[in-house]
Design a binder for this molecule. Structure first.
Ligand code: PXG
Length: 448
């Protein structure tokens, strides 16, 4: 049955209570004095409440990789909602969840064959950490309870994610967090690597921090090490050449599970299906979300190596092997969106497209070198970080001023600290790229 999509869009004139909504990761009081509303989206653009077209330089929030309003995805969600709105995921199944798991596993490198569904990146991270702990316990190595993250890591906002994460602001208000966590140093060394084309030359040795932590705590206490292959939220930090390989080798040597958080790097962002493909390093567990459904319905997943999964599949068959799951794990609407999204990625060859566009993208990003305030440019696939010198009176202020001015000129970018992060939908065309970088360079010239 066709479903009407003609309901009127809300406009700023019928939004008259801004008080009730406590907005996430937002300066609420500042926002509500001068709000910015988006009311529609199609292709590479949003429509703002005042009718202006806004070029999406951020794929929403790193998630709308196939562009907005893709008809097959919308249709799949509508049809699934009409056929079956919800099905319980515990001790029951529905076909789309099994199909999406199999399709996702097929996209992954060999050996990453088993998929656990969640509803977000944060839940994927907590799920992966719990699987790692339970895996060691199931194999009789229950002493492996320590989790290793990295400074400047972002792994969502659950207690597991902020514990292994390394963003100070996301941690310091929230008490003691998980015990038995330690961190590798981050790999951002602008004094050695600023304006590197491609991966930075210096810093592979920072992976040896994991050996240092093994020496400190004992490998027999360490369950897993989690990193973003490219750190997104802390400013698009590319891994130094050889770093991920070294981390993999240490994990192998020490019996530590390696978890890649691919919530941002997955689904074509780096010009390959996943960071694993781009860097040729395969972890034991992978967390994904965002691009899995093109952002259309919340969904995340953890993809698990068969040896890890199989360690749970012992004992009496009537027993639940993993006491973990969400009411909405594998929600039918999310599965329908995910299946249609994977179809669109394949039909439009978007991962290949991102790879083909990448050299021109990197040229355009690096051409910003020399403009006022620009102290580093980092780019790969279809992602770029443009780091600005902070203002004397507060870190983050200059980049936020750039964000506001870009929006005023009809371009949406994302900022984190003093880095402007660009991550457009992978359907971007040359004309959009021109507009994005021209606007940005004009704005950089106007900043205080
Ligand atoms: N892992 C990584 C690597 C992420 O980037 C999450 C986990 C958590 O996902 P959820 O779906 O729970 O938000 C993320 C999320 C930014 C920004 O400004 C990035 C994210 C979230 C909010 C802001 O870069 N990524």
């Amino acid at each position: 049955m066709p479903v009407s999509t003609s309901s009127p869009a809300p406009t700023s004139s019928n939004i008259n209570d801004l008080d009730s909504l406590w907005m996430p990761f937002t300066a609420n009081r500042q926002f509500k004095k001068a709000p910015r509303f988006l009311v529609a989206a199609e292709g590479m653009h949003y429509t703002a409440a005042d009718g202006r077209e806004i070029l999406d330089g951020a794929a929403g929030l790193w998630c709308v990789n196939a562009g907005h309003g893709r008809a097959p995805i919308t249709r799949a969600i509508q049809e699934q909602a009409a056929r079956m709105d919800y099905a319980p995921p515990f001790q029951m199944g529905h076909p789309a969840a099994f199909e999406l798991a199999a399709r996702l596993a097929r996209l992954m490198p060999e050996g990453l064959d088993h998929v656990f569904f969640t509803n977000s990146g944060s839940e994927s991270v907590d799920t992966a950490l719990k699987i790692a702990l339970a895996y060691h316990k199931a194999r009789g190595e229950g002493g492996r309870t320590r989790l290793i993250g990295r400074e400047r890591g972002y792994h969502g906002v659950g207690f597991g994610g902020i514990s292994v994460g390394g963003m100070v602001a996301n941690r310091k208000a929230f008490g003691a967090q998980l015990p038995a966590v330690d961190h590798l140093r981050h790999t951002h060394q602008p004094d050695l690597n600023a304006f590197s084309r491609g991966l930075p030359e210096h810093g592979a040795d920072l992976a040896d921090d994991l050996e240092r932590l093994v020496a400190l705590h004992g490998a027999e206490t360490i369950a897993a090490c989690i990193v973003e292959p490219v750190a997104g939220s802390t400013g698009v930090l590319l891994p130094p050449k050889g770093y991920l390989e070294r981390l993999r080798a240490i994990c192998d040597r020490q019996g530590i599970l390696l978890i890649f958080d691919e919530v941002i790097t997955g689904f074509g962002r780096l010009g390959a299906p996943f960071a694993m493909d781009a860097f040729g390093v395969v972890p034991d567990l992978v967390t994904v979300a965002k691009g899995l459904t093109n952002g259309a319905v919340p969904m995340g997943a953890v993809v698990v190596r068969d040896t890890v999964h199989d360690a749970f599949m012992h004992g009496p068959e009537h027993l639940i092997e993993l006491f973990h799951g969400y009411t909405y794990s594998g929600h039918p609407l999310a599965c329908a969106a995910g299946l249609a999204t994977l179809d669109v990625y394949a039909e439009d060859k978007l991962f290949e497209r991102a790879g083909a566009l990448s050299p021109g993208w990197q040229d355009a990003a690096h051409a910003l070198r020399g403009l006022p305030h620009v102290i580093d440019v980092r780019a790969m696939g279809l992602v770029a970080g443009i780091e600005l010198a902070p203002m004397d009176d507060g870190p983050g202020k200059r980049a936020f001023a750039a964000f506001l001015e870009c929006f005023a000129r009809g371009v949406l970018v994302r900022t984190t600290g003093d880095t402007i992060a660009l991550s457009p939908p992978l359907i971007i065309e040359d004309s959009h790229m021109d507009r994005l970088f021209t606007t940005l360079s004009d704005v950089l010239k106007t900043l205080p």
